[in-house]
Design a protein around this ligand. Structure first.
Ligand code: ASP
Length: 320
């Protein structure tokens, strides 16, 4: 009898903690995925440029991973990692944003909270140093969802976010690209999706849009359902690519909808939108599911991207 109860003492906890109830919550505690734009970067780019991107992606991912590891929220991880990208001129978001056809910069950003589908976005801002922070303020401090143009810049002043002159965003590489009327092969929009230890999903996207875009043009990045989406019951998504195509096909929301209404897995839903609905060469998405699994899917030759989770995954890549 004694032997049996001793055996049970050791075996019971093992049986209990390896039961599916515990495993499903224990398997992945948190996950974060990031992108720095989809495009066609030649594999022959200089090692210097390649290293600069790898270092920056690694730093961004580390910031997000540390927040989640320490029990921080997915919303904080999304906002702070995007702020990092916006301050890094390598990317087409914040400093380093592309030029419009008039030689100015107009920035777009959005963020969404999968807990309650609350969301905030700004489009066409010209003076906001970190548009993602203003998008979060729209979500948390106003009764509205999307502010555009002058009204959005004014709101930034009201909330006392950092204001800059429009030429703060200038960098010479983007200027040359605009002068030569070239779409850069590497576009550089940024996005982050995360699930935290509480199982809450958040997603965000920030961009300068497309080089030489007409003034006033708004892409998919500030549009919830097209460029960004998050729902704790399905997944979170951030997109990058030819915004007009992502808007027409409601890409981010449709990935969630395929899971919700058609029982698709995250991978199946993302593949459906990126490979079967969108034309080849249009872009890609990053997404995290409610179980913590993630996908990084694109139909271009490259997408700057990374992923990290509580199970020790930490990967940063450019090509397939
Ligand atoms: N989707 C962005 C836009 O159309 C651009 C990009 O992701 O490269 O504004």
């Amino acid at each position: 009898m004694k032997i049996i109860s001793k055996a049970l003492f050791f075996v019971l906890p093992f049986l209990l903690f390896s039961s599916p109830i515990f495993l499903s919550r224990q398997e992945i505690n948190y996950t974060i995925v990031i992108h720095g734009g989809a495009g066609y970067i030649s594999p022959e780019i200089s090692t210097e440029i390649k290293e600069a991107y790898m270092i920056s992606l690694t730093s961004a991912l580390t910031i997000g991973k540390n927040i989640l590891e320490n029990g921080g929220s997915s919303l904080d991880a999304v906002e702070l990692v995007i702020r990092y990208f916006e301050n890094d001129s390598l990317f087409n978001a914040g400093k380093g944003a592309v030029f419009t056809s008039e030689g100015t910069h107009e920035l777009d950003a959005s963020i969404m909270n999968g807990v309650d589908l609350s969301t905030g976005a700004v489009a066409g801002v010209k003076t906001i140093k970190n548009p993602i922070t203003l998008a979060r303020l729209v979500m948390e401090q106003t009764p509205h969802v999307l502010f555009a143009g002058e009204g959005a810049d004014k709101l930034g002043k009201k909330f006392q976010v950092e204001i800059v002159d429009n030429n703060y965003f200038d960098i010479s590489r983007r200027y040359q690209q605009w002068k030569m009327k070239q779409q850069e092969k590497l576009k550089g929009t940024v996005g982050v999706v995360a699930i935290d230890k509480d199982g809450n999903i958040a997603a965000g996207t920030s961009t300068g849009g497309l080089t030489d875009k007409w003034p006033g043009r708004v892409g998919d990045s500030p549009l919830i359902n097209a460029g960004t989406y998050a729902d704790n019951n399905t997944c979170g998504v951030s997109a990058t690519g030819q915004g007009e195509l992502f808007i027409r096909n409601t890409v981010a929301y449709n990935i969630s909808a395929l899971m919700k209404f058609k029982n698709y897995s995250l991978q199946e839903a993302a593949d459906e939108m990126i490979f079967n609905v969108l034309p080849e060469g249009s872009g890609g998405i990053i997404a995290v599911g409610k179980d913590g699994n993630y996908v990084l899917v694109f139909n271009t030759s490259s997408m700057l991207r990374g992923a990290a989770n509580s199970n020790g995954i930490f990967e940063v890549r450019i090509w397939k």
